[in-house]
Design a protein around this ligand. Sequence first.
Ligand code: HSE
Length: 414
Amino acid sequence: MMYAAIMGYGTIGSGVAQILTECKDKIAHSAGQEISLKYVLDLREFPDSPVGDRIVHDFHVIESDAQIKLVVESMGGLNPAYSFVKACLNAGKHVITSNKALVEAHGTELMQIAREKKVNFLFEASVGGGIPIIRTMYRCLMGEEIQEITGILNGTTNFILTKMDKEGAAFEDVLKEAQKLGYAEQDPSADVEGHDTCRKIAILTAMATGREVHYEDIHTEGITKITDVDFKYARKMGTSIKLLGTARIYQDKVLAMVAPVMIDNSNPLFGVQGVYNGILVRSRMLGETMYYGSGAGKLPTASAVVADLIEAVQQDQEPVFAGWTNERQSVEECGKFQYRYFVRMEGDAEQKKEQIQQIFGNTDTIVLDGADEFAVLTVKLSEEEFIKRAVCLDGELQKAGEKGILQMIRAELP
Ligand code: HSE
C-alpha cells in the first residue's frame, strides 16, 4: 500500500479522490499495490464529503508524514503551490501536478530537485486535460525529432468559439456557462486572452526540444476580438475560427505563436469542437499524429492525474525523467510565420478592388449579403510582410475618412 495526499479539493482534487475510490481495484492492479488517500489539504471543511474525515488544514502534516509517498498538487496558482511542491520533493515524495502555471514558471527547478531526490515529478494533466500528450512525448515519441506542434489547447475558448459558430451565441453568455461547468481558470482572462494556451504550448515545446521555454517569449493573442460578424464570413467561406497554439521547430530554432486562426475541413483540428482539445504533432519519421479528447473538466483531468500517480508507484525505485534542462530555448520573432490573412473593411468590394490589388496582389473577396463591408483573403505572406502592407492599407482607408481595417485573422487555408 502506498499513501497519498491531495493538496487542493477543488474541481480536479475532488475528481482525483473520486477516481481513487471508484476505481480502487483497477488502480491497485495497474500500480501493483493499493493507493490509499490519507489526507486532503484545503482551507475549507467538507463535512458531508466522502473525504470529510481526511481533511487537514496544515501542510506540515503532509510534509512531515513519512508514510506519504505520493502528493497530488491541484491547488492551482503559484502560491503556495510552489513552496509546498518543492518541500514535498525535498522530503522525498513523488509529486503529481495539474498546475500548468507552476510547471511553466518553476518546472525546470522542480524537475532538477526531483532528479536529485530520485522521485517522480509528473504533470500530464497540465496540458490537454485528460489527453495523454505529455506521456506520449516522453515515451512514445522519445526517438522522434518533433518538427511542429499545433494545438487547440484550451477547452474554455474552444467551447466559446464553437457556440459562437454553431449557435450564434454571445461571448459573455458562453463564458459564464463554461465557468459553471468547471472548465475555466479561476481568472478566466487567462483562458480568453490566450495565456493558458501559451503556457501549454510552452510546456509542449520544452518537452519537444528538451530546453526550457519561457512563455513570455511567445507572441499571444486571445479570442476577445472575435465577433459574430467574423463567424458569418467564416460560415460563408466553409471555415471556422480556432484558438491555436503553434510551435515550429527546425535546426534548434523555435517559432511559436498563440492566436485565433481560420481553418477549414482540410485541417484535422477543424472537427475539434466544444470543450475538446486536439493536438497535432508532426515528427520527422512518424509524420502527423493527432491527439484528441476532453481538454478540461473534473473527471477527464483527474484521470490524467491518476495515471501519473500509477506511473509514480510503478517507477518508485526508478523515477521517470519527464521534462527539460535549464538551458533556455530561444524563440524567434513571430514575423517569420507565414499565413494567408482574412481582412475586413468598410465599403464596396468592387470599388476598392484596384486599391487592394496594388497592396496585396491577388486576393479572394468575400461579401456578406446586405452588409456595408466586405472581406478579402490574401495570398500566403510572412507576418512581417503582411504587417507592412496592412499598415499601408489601413492608412489609406483612414485618409479617405473610413475606420480602417476592421478585423484581421490569420488563415491556414489552402
Ligand atoms: N481552463 C482550462 C481550459 C482548463 O479551459 O482548457 C484546463 O487546463
